[in-house]
Design a binder for this molecule. Structure first.
Ligand code: HEC
Ligand code: HEC
Length: 378
């Protein structure tokens, strides 16, 4: 879509398609034999931590110790009698914030904006086609529609902006931060417009309305448990591509394919997102850093088995992913070495370094992959 709104298009978004992909993911994870069982459990809602939550929109993590209903009730009491305690933050028994259920999105113009924002989050390439240069959606890296703890959830982000960021050496608003994800994670340079949505665009307005709705009751200024991705300390043995390749083959290739290009299905599009190559995030993305990717992977991958890899495995496989070529860092205007010194010097990354005798970081586009294929066939 264009920057200006096209609400009827948003309404045609099909959330069922996501749960179809999710079911497939589970099937792949648990084995085809378990598919039927998985489906049954999925429908019955027994797997409270599972991707069922995508369908119902409820993150059910244990028994809530302070429910949203309690919050609403305390709000009511407090507004009538200022001497009673103010409402607090809804949390589950595991201590994580409880975002509101998708079913509670109101049937109002505000609710419509929330639903549009949610659709953009789940189906970014089709909803914002002018500004997305790869096949990823926001939800691929911010799981469960941006609700999952330890997956940089949007409720953890909403309450912590504006904030100073080292990456830009300036104050970032939440909109700036989303612009950053379009620029790098969504590789906007390869999109039809060649750039992220313009400042003030309805794309940001709708996304931020969705995040605001999800953060109702979350305290501002606090780093809540489960916000961001966890930090995984660099192991004593550092990281290694041979070990990483083995971890990949054993735990990841089933879904993301041996060549890292993921899997598509002609009807529903991307089922398993690509991890490198022209359709992935670019070299400027946070996920291209080995430490950041290790944190995401440790807490979220393999899908459905959070925290199952050791720290060593998470670092090794993160290094393996990020040793492959991907779209160029859009900030690179001069040489690769200049960009390395300017933007990548102090980070854990292969940018501008040698991998199997080749310097990586120069980038890869669809045109380049095609040209190479032709070269080989000559
Ligand atoms: C390839 C994975 C990826 C995709 C796709 C992606 N992001 Fe992110 N996002 C990240 C990473 C990694 C960070 C952490 C920031 C860092 O370390 O640079 C982040 C951070 C954020 C933050 C700040 C979170 C915080 O807690 O401070 C917001 C907001 C955000 N992303 C929104 C979006 C939106 C909206 C989209 C879709 C338009 C999107 N992201 C797509 C990887 C991704
Ligand atoms: C059962 C299937 C499955 C397995 C196994 C799996 N993934 Fe994923 N992975 C997914 C799905 C599906 C997503 C997108 C999540 C979403 O949209 O909810 C994803 C997202 C990702 C992303 C962020 C999006 C992107 O394309 O960059 C990374 C990075 C990633 N996986 C790495 C790994 C690694 C590393 C392993 C092995 C340790 C692994 N995955 C194992 C299914 C899987």
């Amino acid at each position: 879509m264009k920057d200006n709104k096209s609400s009827d298009k948003f309404e045609t978004a099909k959330p069922q398609r996501m749960s179809g992909a999710r079911r497939l993911a589970w099937a792949a994870g648990l084995g085809i034999v378990l598919f039927g069982v998985g489906y049954a459990i999925d429908s019955s809602g027994l797997l409270s931590f599972s991707f069922t939550s995508q369908k119902t929109g409820t993150t059910q993590i244990g028994n809530a110790v302070y429910t949203r209903e309690a919050m609403e009730s305390d709000r009511g009491t407090h507004s009538k009698d200022r001497t009673t305690p103010t409402a607090s933050t809804p949390v589950g028994s595991d201590g994580y914030y409880l975002p509101p259920s998708e079913k509670s999105i109101p049937e109002t113009p505000y609710g419509d904006a929330v639903r549009r924002g949610r659709a953009i989050f789940l189906e970014t390439p089709s909803q914002v086609s002018d500004h997305v240069g790869n096949t990823l959606s926001c939800v691929n890296c911010h799981l469960d529609a941006g609700r999952r703890e330890n997956s940089a959830p949007m409720w953890g982000a909403y309450v912590r902006y504006p904030a100073y960021r080292g990456k830009t050496k300036s104050i970032s608003t939440l909109e700036d931060r989303i612009t950053g994800c379009f620029t790098y994670s969504m590789n906007a340079q390869a999109s039809p417009s060649g750039k992220p949505p313009a400042a003030g665009s309805d794309v940001y307005r709708d996304l931020m309305t969705y995040f605001y709705w999800m953060s109702d009751g979350a305290p501002t200024g606090e780093k809540m448990p489960g916000a961001g991705y966890p930090k995984v300390k660099k192991p004593e043995q550092g990281y290694d591509l041979i070990r990483g390749g083995k971890v990949y083959a054993q735990n990841c290739a089933l879904c993301h394919s041996a060549d890292g290009q993921g899997q598509r299905d002609s009807e529903s599009g991307v089922v398993f997102p690509p991890l490198w190559g022209p359709d992935s995030y670019n070299w400027g993305a946070g996920m291209a850093r080995i430490d950041t990717a290790a944190g995401f992977i440790k807490a979220n991958m393999p899908l459905g088995k959070p925290f199952s890899l050791t720290d060593q495995e998470a670092w090794d496989v993160a290094a393996y992913l990020n040793s492959h070529e991907r779209p160029k860092d859009p900030r690179q205007t001069g040489t690769l070495e200049e960009a390395r010194l300017k933007f990548h010097k102090d980070e854990e990354s292969y940018y501008g370094k040698e991998v199997s005798g080749k310097i990586v970081g120069g980038g890869v586009s669809h045109e380049q992959s095609l040209a190479r294929a032709v070269e080989r066939s000559d």
